[in-house]
Design a protein around this ligand. Sequence first.
Ligand code: CTP
Length: 407
Amino acid sequence: MNPLQGKRIVLGVSGSIAAYKAADLASKLTQAGALVDVVLSDGAERFVTPLTFASLTGRKAHASLWDSDAHVVHVGLGEGADLLVIAPCTANTLAKLATGQADNLLTLTALTARCPVLVAPAMDGGMFEHPATQANLETLRRRGVQVLGPAQGRMASGLTGLGRMLEPGEILGHVRLASSRNGPLAGKHVAVSAGGTQEPLDPVRYITNRSSGKQGFALAQAALDLGARVSLVVGATAAALPTPAGAERTDVDTAAQMAEAVLELSRTADVLIMAAAVADFRPRQVQAHKIKKGALPQVELEHTQDILLAVAEQRRRVGRPAVVVGFAAESEKLLENAQDKLERKNLSMIVANDISARDAGFAVDTNRVSLLLPGGLVEPLPLMTKSEVAEAILARVVGLLAEVAGS
Ligand code: CTP
């Protein structure tokens, strides 16, 4: 289901010091299953060699326009590509692309390309802000070229400003997103909650849980891979996880904030996947000042709102989301408890995981879950990575949406 698997990607590299990072990008794209053909400009060849890229991609890397087969190469590469990514893209190459010049193999290939084009500018010392560069970018944007970054930060000259190339991991995310446009969830809006909430006791203490948010983030990525628009509501314990490219993210701390964000999204979303570990209780009173250690405090708790129950009630009124998926984290009577939650919270599906197992549940990268559907249908899945679990869940969601549409 990885949208990069088997895709033909032409990676154009132009002459910036960020060319060394293009080697990492070529490696990441190849590891993601893409067939990566690298084309270097003359300037790029001064920083890195075709051999670097050939070694990483397992395919010939191209540079000189005057190789005996180059005239065939540029047409073949350009026309056969699923995607053209130029990273780094210098101010000079941007200008050439904007004016349709074709003086090297990279710009020639760009002119023959009929596929989506992404460029990741990299330049130093205020060149990005120059009206000439901005005008060139505007021209390219109007033609449908997607411009990635640049980022703010320290540049090779020692100056700080806008001009750093996005990191290879971020560029990979955008390439992945661009490759998944026409997936089976195109046009659908999927809301996902992830991570655990924090319920404050005083200004420095809170009650929380061990949820890492990894499963929820993997679900967001899997939905993006199928072409969905994705909103991700992130609990405080997962705040440090990087946002999957293309996801609209809302960060929250408490169960009450998560309830507000999820209920709002659920008014219009097609799918809600509630993977967050929401606190079930919170201190009845939040102390305005730090509790001193002198006397042992008596902490009185109260229930938080059950978000899925509130979603079920709202769904009866507004008819959305069409599909609602819950999770059941259990340490005993896994299927019995999950079945009970499926019915009580009026879910389309519940994902049950046994948190007492060492290789599943919190913090680890693997999970072992069973999918439960109304009517007593239970599908146990083997031990899988959280990404694989996410793909299996989303495959089910596609089927459930089709069932709703057909009924
Ligand atoms: N959930 C929720 N609101 C809460 C607590 C949980 O929406 N206040 C959601 C979780 O995101 C999950 C599902 O309900 O999708 C089940 O969560 P779980 O903690 O396993 O169950 P609880 O309903 O809290 O029941 P119990 O604590 O009795 O197991």
